[in-house]
Design a protein around this ligand. Structure first.
Ligand SMILES: Nc1ncnc2c1ncn2[C@@H]1O[C@H](COP(=O)(O)OP(=O)(O)OP(=O)(O)O)[C@@H](O)[C@H]1O
Ligand SMILES: [Mg+2]
Length: 194
């Protein structure tokens, strides 16, 4: 079967924008990420959330460890994902960053004997990674559909928040029928409410 035009367009955009993101230095990633996190901490949705699902960053992604650390030292709970199959992530309650070890794709995941699986139904707020975003909240990720499945399973009352740098936001990304937008995008300079 040949790939759809949209899938090809996504692949090109993903490659170009990943290259641009990977050009950030570790110091720039850290500085920009702290500004993104600073904006997250001001959000009422974050302040009132009780259970937060959060990806663990890899490579040039926005660093989420400061968010996870913040949640761990509060009365909120944090769930992080483990890859369990094709387009399948299981979210597990994390009690300490020290419980994380490299897993599938080299991403930090809870040590297998320390997983505490929780349903996404329990989540008030979920942070979503991406490589390219548009101002309507649509995203292009790694191209495996993992977070499309998360957005599909999130309860309607939960808030989904995309974390990214300004430079990764474009006018419009290609959309396929299974792509779902997030509720908010937070960058180092702004909060985009959809
Ligand atoms: N709800 C779904 N049901 C069936 N297949 C899906 C669904 N969502 C995505 N897919 C499949 O996943 C593949 C990748 O989708 P897409 O290119 O949108 O990934 P992505 O959003 O960039 O990746 P990710 O979510 O992993 O960051 C597509 O080939 C698509 O067929
Ligand atoms: Mg998608």
């Amino acid at each position: 079967m040949t790939e759809s035009n949209l899938a090809v367009e996504k692949k090109k955009l993903r490659g170009r924008m990943l290259h641009q993101r990977d050009a950030l230095t570790p110091a720039e990633i850290q500085r920009k990420s702290l500004r993104v996190v600073g904006n997250v901490l001001t959000l009422p949705e974050f302040q009132t959330a009780k259970i937060v699902a959060c990806y663990v960053n890899k490579g040039s992604e926005v660093e989420t460890k400061p968010i996870i650390r913040n949640v761990l030292t509060s009365s909120k709970k944090v769930l992080v994902p483990t890859v369990t199959g094709e387009r399948d992530l299981v979210f597990s309650e994390l009690r300490s960053l020290e419980e994380l070890v490299p897993g599938t794709f080299g991403i930090l995941e809870p040590q297998p004997d320390l997983t505490r699986p929780r349903s996404l139904e329990t989540v008030d707020l979920a942070f979503i990674p991406g490589i390219v975003w548009d101002s309507q909240g649509y995203r292009v990720g790694w191209g495996k559909g993992y977070f499309d499945a998360v957005l599909e399973r999130l309860p309607s009352w939960a808030t989904s928040i995309g974390l990214t740098y300004d430079q990764q936001v474009v006018e419009r990304v290609p959309r396929e029928e299974f792509d779902l937008p997030v509720d908010l995008i937070v960058t180092e300079t702004r909060v985009i409410r959809l």
